[in-house]
Design a protein. Structure first.
Length: 381
C-alpha cells in the first residue's frame, strides 16, 4: 500500500517500509516463527494490520498490528487462527475488520484484533481474498473443489457487514490442474459501482453495478494475475508475462509497460493517479508518471542464492545463506507462471524433471529477506 511519502510492501517474513517516498527503506521482521506476510491494511494513518501464514511445518495463521503508523508492530499472538494462512485483510474502521482464512473462511473482529469470530455465513470453500467497499458492503472470493478435477470459483457479496453472504458470480471449471485454474486472487472497488477482479489463466472481471453482475475477459498470454490496482473506473494496472499491463478503458484493452530491468511483478500500488510502486523480482519499482517505471531500491538483499548445476536437467541444488533458519522457494517460468514452490532442504536436490526445457527464475524467501536467480533447463545431449 502506498501514500505520497509512506509506502509499505510485503516481502516474505518482513514488512518493508519507506517514510520518504521510496528514497530509503527499512524492514520489520515477523515475530512469528517460520512465517510470511500476505496482506496489509491501514484503516487510519496510525493504525494498521498485516496478516500471513506459517506453512513451514507449524501450519498456523498470524496477525500483527501497529498503532504508530508502522514504526513498530506488535503480534496479536492471542489470536493465532488455525489454518495455513490468512490470505487478505481489510478493516472498515480502526476496530472492525475482516481476514480471509483458508480453513476458516471469513473471520471478523470488532475490537481491534483482540478477538476474531467466524463471519463466513454460507460461503463454501477456501476464501482467497476479500475487500470492503464501505462499512457494510463487502466481497469475498472462494474456491471449492467439486471432485474429478472440477472447481467452482465464486464471488460472494455482503450488504450487512458479513452477517450474510450471497453468491454474485460463479465460474465452474473442469479439468483443473495445478497451473490451470481461474481462482480469483484480488478484488478492488474504486467506488460503490465500479469493481474489478483478477485471477488465474489471465482472468479479468469487471462490474459496473456494485457487484451484482460481473463480465469476464482474458488477458493474453493467460498467466496468473496477482496484482490489481485501479486509480479510476477507467485506468488500472495488473501483471502478466513478467510485465505491467495498463488499461485506460476499464479493461477493454491493455498496453504493456516494461520494467527496467525486467522482472516478474507480484504486487502494484498507487498513491495517486501518477505515483505508483511495483514489487518485482528483487526490486521495488517506482513510477512518477503513471507507468514510466524506474527501480528505486533493491531493498536489503543479504540472502544470496546459488543454484547448481546451471544449466540443469532433472535435479537442482540450492545453496542457501548461512545463519538462515527457514527458506521457502518459488520457481517461475519465463512468462511469470508459478511452476513450483516449497521448503528448501540444502541436503536434498529439488526434482525438476517435470519442467520442460526453458529459462526459469527462482525466488528465495528467508528470515533475512529475499533473493532470486535465473537458471536454465536443457536436456539436449
Amino acid at each position: 500500500m502506498a501514500g505520497n511519502d509512506k509506502v509499505f510492501a510485503l516481502d516474505g517474513s518482513h514488512i518493508i517500509r519507506s517514510f520518504d517516498g521510496g528514497a530509503t527503506w527499512s524492514s520489520y521482521p515477523t515475530t512469528f516463527i517460520n512465517s510470511w506476510y500476505m496482506g496489509i491494511d491501514f484503516p487510519t494513518p496510525s493504525t494498521g494490520y498485516a496478516c500471513g501464514g506459517t506453512a513451514f511445518g507449524e501450519h498456523r495463521a498470524c496477525i500483527v498490528k501497529t498503532i504508530d503508523g508502522g514504526l513498530t508492530w506488535d503480534s496479536l499472538t492471542a489470536n493465532v487462527i488455525s489454518g495455513y494462512a490468512l490470505q487478505a485483510i481489510d478493516f472498515v474502521d480502526e476496530q472492525t475488520g475482516f481476514v480471509a482464512s483458508d480453513l476458516n473462511g471469513v473471520m471478523k473482529t470488532v475490537d481491534g484484533g483482540a478477538t476474531f469470530q467466524s463471519s463466513n455465513g454460507t460461503i463454501q470453500g477456501w476464501v482467497l481474498t476479500l475487500t470492503f467497499v464501505n462499512a457494510q458492503v463487502g466481497f469475498a472470493a472462494a474456491e471449492l473443489g467439486l471432485g474429478s478435477g472440477t472447481y467452482s470459483y465464486t464471488i460472494y457479496h455482503t450488504a450487512d457487514q458479513g452477517a450474510t453472504w450471497t453468491p454474485v458470480h460463479v465460474d465452474v471449471m473442469t479439468n483443473v490442474t495445478g497451473l490451470s485454474h481461474r481462482r480469483i486472487n484480488k478484488i478492488q472497488f474504486v467506488d460503490n459501482d465500479n469493481g474489478f477482479a483478477v485471477g488465474g489463466n489471465g482472468t479479468f472481471l469487471r462490474t459496473v453495478d456494485g457487484g451484482l453482475t460481473w463480465s469476464a475477459s482474458t488477458l493474453s498470454p493467460p498467466t496468473e494475475l496477482t496484482a490489481l490496482l485501479f486509480t479510476s473506473p477507467t485506468t488500472g494496472y495488473t501483471n502478466t508475462a513478467g510485465t505491467v499491463q495498463r488499461t485506460n478503458d476499464g479493461g477493454l484493452t491493455w498496453t504493456t509497460q516494461l520494467l527496467q530491468p525486467p522482472a516478474v511483478v507480484r504486487a502494484i500500488a498507487f498513491a495517486n493517479d501518477t505515483l505508483g510502486y511495483a514489487i518485482a523480482g528483487d526490486a521495488i519499482y517506482r513510477t512518477a508518471n503513471a507507468g514510466g517505471a524506474n527501480s528505486i531500491s533493491d531493498h536489503a538483499r543479504d540472502a544470496k542464492l546459488v543454484l547448481y548445476p546451471n544449466p540443469a536437467q532433472d535435479q537442482l541444488w540450492v545453496q542457501t545463506p548461512t545463519n538462515t533458519s527457514r527458506t521457502h522457494m518459488e520457481i517461475f517460468n519465463s512468462i511469470g507462471v508459478l511452476m513450483l514452490q516449497g521448503i528448501v532442504d540444502p541436503a536434498q536436490a529439488i526434482p525438476i524433471a517435470f519442467l520442460p526445457d526453458g529459462v526459469y527464475q527462482m525466488r528465495l524467501l528467508t528470515d533475512m529477506g529475499s533473493s532470486s536467480a535465473p537458471f536454465v533447463i536443457t536436456r539436449t545431449r
